[in-house]
Design a protein. Structure first.
Lengths: 102, 397
């Protein structure tokens, strides 16, 4: 899967959910906001970065084995958006590395 | 610490919260959505930045049809935001409290807080090629016919150049078959007049007549060319491939076709159009755009000189004879019935050439001749002599 990150050196702060960042989340979005957005297709991640440049300039790729948590496709308009709910205690940035940089 | 908003505080829009009405896009939370004010006015909201304390949003009026245009991929996100008469910025604190709206000029915001040029809500998978002509004065209600013509001809001629290359040099002369025509005479699936934009869809017609492989063959050529065009390096493609030890004639021919195709797409050195944005499946750009500027056009022009050193331009005056309507060729002869030039023309030039043949009128033609080619290629044809009453005049450069 692919996730947009800010720095070349991956940091835990690149892998925090809205809830973990202390954002107020509406009840109906709580489940999804407890997870992290990733894409299965790198090109969708690249498009997302074009749409929201403030997210970061880099794309990190990671292979999420089952021990890293649960994944569920949550597409917008047929894209490969997927929500990742990491298990407690996993080092989230560990399976990722930056594969694309502007 | 977030950037300072340069804008005056206002009392409107009045919002208690940024509770989304429709979420159009989601990435770690709603990124693009609509809200409704107490007065029942719908606003489009774009999450433009954040730090550890605050989320910052751009709000614009969601005029009738705007949301449908965004969802239908008919408008770029940047245009959806910047083409509205008003825009505000609102900050939301961690506890959900909203700042007072500040009215802003979106064009004065820092880089990287608005969507990039050309980015749409979804990937452009249904559009084969999209061209957007950008320039001062190219705006809604003021689109010159020449701009429209350039966009249509540019796309058509670029694809035609690549299809011809893919088919091989033997197919260059002559009337294109219906099957070949399908690849460049593409259905226009969308026009937009904010700047001028035209999108071409996939070829139509019976499936058995459409060689899908052709599109797969020309796609890498256009992708390669646009990738080169996007580089800031001044290196020319011919030099690039020679440096890699590949000086095969096939590579040179391929680059010649690529550069000639790019020349059709790039903006002219003068005139209204200053930039051309290219995107679409055929360009390998379903997810972003490549901008061809006048600087790119200069690089393309230099590359053409390198790749086509033996091309000569001729201006001849005479009579169109031996008009071959199948092969789309004719002989230009002088008053003494001597052949001045053997010329190949395009279907778009057919009517003019036919009229010259049919009426026996003297014409002046401009053509390009490539060393080794059987026919010169017609650039233009005009009735009358550049040297009155003295047909058979030839000038070359």
């Amino acid at each position: 899967v692919y996730r947009i990150v800010k720095a070349a050196e991956l940091e835990p702060s690149d892998f925090l959910s809205l809830q973990e960042m202390g954002r107020r989340v509406r009840a109906h979005l709580k489940c999804q906001a407890a997870g992290l957005s990733v894409y299965r297709d790198q090109r969708d991640a690249a498009l997302c970065r074009e749409k929201y440049p403030s997210l970061g300039k880099r794309i990190a790729q990671g292979i999420l084995e089952s021990e890293y948590g649960k994944l569920k496709p949550t597409p917008t308009d047929g894209n490969s958006h997927t929500t990742w709910w990491p298990y407690e205690g996993v080092v989230r940035e560990k399976p990722f590395k930056v594969v694309e940089e502007e | 610490m977030m950037w300072t908003v340069d804008g005056q505080e206002t009392d409107w829009p009045k919002l208690d919260s940024l509770e989304p009405e429709h979420v159009l896009d989601f990435y770690d939370g709603p990124r693009l959505f609509t809200v409704r004010t107490a007065e029942n006015v719908q606003l489009l909201v774009y999450h433009c930045d954040a730090d550890t304390e605050v989320d910052r949003f751009v709000l614009v009026p969601a005029r009738d049809g705007l949301v449908a245009e965004i969802k239908g991929n008919l408008i770029t996100l940047r245009e959806a935001l910047t083409s509205q008469p008003w825009a505000w910025i609102i900050d939301q604190a961690l506890d959900g409290m909203l700042s007072r709206p500040r009215i802003v000029d979106l064009h004065k915001l820092p880089d990287d807080v608005l969507p990039r040029e050309g980015a749409r809500l979804s990937a452009d998978t249904e559009v084969l090629l999209r061209l957007r002509m950008v320039g001062q004065g190219v705006e809604a209600g003021h689109i010159l016919a020449s701009v429209v013509k350039r966009a249509v001809d540019g796309a058509t001629d670029a694809i035609k150049t690549l299809v011809r290359h893919a088919l091989g040099a033997s197919e260059v002369a002559g009337r294109p078959s219906e099957v070949v025509r399908r690849y460049y005479d593409l259905p226009a699936v969308h026009f937009a007049f904010r700047s001028f934009e035209i999108a071409f869809g996939k070829p139509g017609g019976p499936a058995e007549l459409v060689d899908a492989d052709m599109l797969r063959r020309i796609r890498p050529l256009l992708v390669k060319g646009l990738s080169w065009a996007e580089q800031t390096s001044e290196l020319q493609p011919f030099i690039l491939f020679e440096e890699h030890g590949n000086s095969e004639i096939s590579t040179r021919l391929e680059w010649t076709a690529i550069i000639n195709a790019l020349a059709k797409l790039a903006p002219p050195q003068t005139g209204t159009v200053q930039e051309v944005e290219v995107s679409g499946v055929l360009a390998g750009l379903e997810y972003r755009v490549v901008r061809l500027t006048r600087h790119t056009a200069r690089r393309i022009s230099e590359a053409r000189k390198l790749l086509n050193p033996d091309v000569r331009l001729h201006t001849d005056t005479g009579y169109v004879r031996e008009f071959d309507k199948d092969k789309l060729t004719f002989f230009l002869r002088n008053v003494r019935a001597e052949t001045v030039r053997s010329v190949e023309f395009s279907e778009e030039q057919y009517d003019d050439v036919w009229a010259a043949f049919d009426t026996d009128r003297v014409v002046t033609i401009v053509s390009t001749e490539t060393a080794g080619a059987t026919h010169a290629e017609l650039v233009s044809i005009t009735f009358g002599s550049s040297e009155a009453e003295d047909s058979g005049v030839t000038e070359s450069e």
